[in-house]
Design a protein around this ligand. Sequence first.
Ligand code: NAP
Ligand code: GCO
Length: 264
Amino acid sequence: MNDLFSLEGKVALVTGAAYGIGFAIAEALALAGAKIAFNCRKEEHLFTALAEYEKKGISAKGYLADVTDEDDVSSLVGKIGEDLGGIDILVNNAGIIKRIPMLEMTALEFREVIDVDLVGPFLMTKEVLPQMIERGGGKIINICSMMSELGRETVSAYAAAKGGLKMLTKNVAAEYGKYNIQCNGIGPGYIATPQTAPLREPRPDGSRHPFDSFILSKTPAERWGTPQDLQGAAIFLASQASDFVNGQILYVDGGILAYIGKQP
Ligand code: NAP
Ligand code: GCO
């Protein structure tokens, strides 16, 4: 049974895994036996992350690469091929959000979010698919969102990107499943990371941020998720345990999508 979830001998690239959800997923895949590669854009994040991985006994390889830049993507995948021998598992995790009411959002701001959260996974997947086909198969995991299914005020670009990422996931499964490539998604609920920190900051009087209270009322688990809550789903979708699972989004949300919300 343990072999079903073993990643021994596999190479995993987790994009944007300097901290947050990506770091936790990379940690989990390493614990299951995978060799880890990760990328980010900022040098200070890279070096801090390398030290953090080392503290956990993980000899991760880190690279500076922007997933929206085609030359960076090509160079990143090439370097990993030289350093680790090619990619078996691709986790498209890198992502940004801009919380701006649509009427106030510029086209540039909209495009920036789409570029990272949707075009980035497209470019990364397109670069890695040929080697997965050549190697007889592979695993692609796209980090989707509650906003792959739901909208809310101020996140139009993010929701459009994450909704698109859900459909890109299904389309890669449809187009490349015949090569023993499984492309699935993880849809995290509200997770405590730097990305959501502005939604959790206590008010000056020490009271809970209104959004913090809102999320607790919408989550049956009555808590924010942690990046570690996503580790089991990542190992499952990266391992042979999911070889006949394709085009699915596994929501790890504490029950949010199943719940109308706490009665007042
Ligand atoms: P985060 O704390 O903001 O971390 C984002 C990571 O991505 C950082 O390492 C960042 O490093 C990197 N990154 C950003 N843009 C990049 C680019 N263009 N190229 C390469 N790396 C890039 O975010 P998070 O909360 O961990 O979220 C990770 C993923 O989960 C995102 O796709 C997010 O949309 C999704 N998600 C988050 C939540 C949540 O509640 N937190 C829930 C559902 C889904 P650099 O700045 O150094 O590049
Ligand atoms: C927001 C949050 C969410 C989370 C996540 C939920 O502003 O609503 O940032 O978008 O990041 O995507 O699944």
